[in-house]
Design a protein around this ligand. Sequence first.
Ligand code: TPS
Length: 218
Amino acid sequence: MWNEEMRSKLQLYFIMGSTNCKQDPEKVLLDAIDGGITMFQFREKGEGALTGTEKINLAQKLQHLCKEHAIPFIVNDDIELALALNADGVHIGQDDEDASTVRKKLGEGKIVGVSAHALMEVKKAIADGADYIGAGPIYPTRTKADAEPVKGTSLIEEVRKTGIRIPIVGIGGINEGNASAVIDAGADGVSVITAISLAADVFERSSALKKAVAGISE
Ligand code: TPS
């Protein structure tokens, strides 16, 4: 699904779980949706993360909000949860199963995204049938404990220079101040956690990010 629809869904891709929020996660997601996010990933990870039925219940509530606003709901890593909820897709990292296996498990018409940190990983993800790439970390991030070394925008530039057209989002330390550099490097969008999830005004910050991605200065 390397089409314009996928690219536009990636414009402002918000990722979140309960551990990334200081307020009620449902309120955070709703304000972010109002601010203009175009895709959502449920990522329930880290110290204090919910498990079992609590995790499923939160996922269901957030999925419901996404459905009401026609925002694709993607699950991080957890294929069983994605299947149980009939989520729109799954995002996987380099340590997970490959995209082709995940797609077989999910069935037709689902979105499969892959994190990549080098050109070789991008090529493998494409061969495995990935729908999009999460490239990063672009800038320093404290949100992912096992993050790879910072790449700047060079990986995205390198991928585009080779003529590879797969949809890409940049991720890692992105905010409204540096988002446009990521788009200029050749990304279709940006993916953020804390720039939105920890914002004092989630609506304001997501609207500002959306404008930065769309190239409209305030
Ligand atoms: C689309 N990942 C790389 S850096 C990071 C995460 C979760 C933390 C960003 O937090 N691409 C996609 N989804 C993923 N889960 C990853 C990559 C992995 P912050 O914005 O607070 O710096």
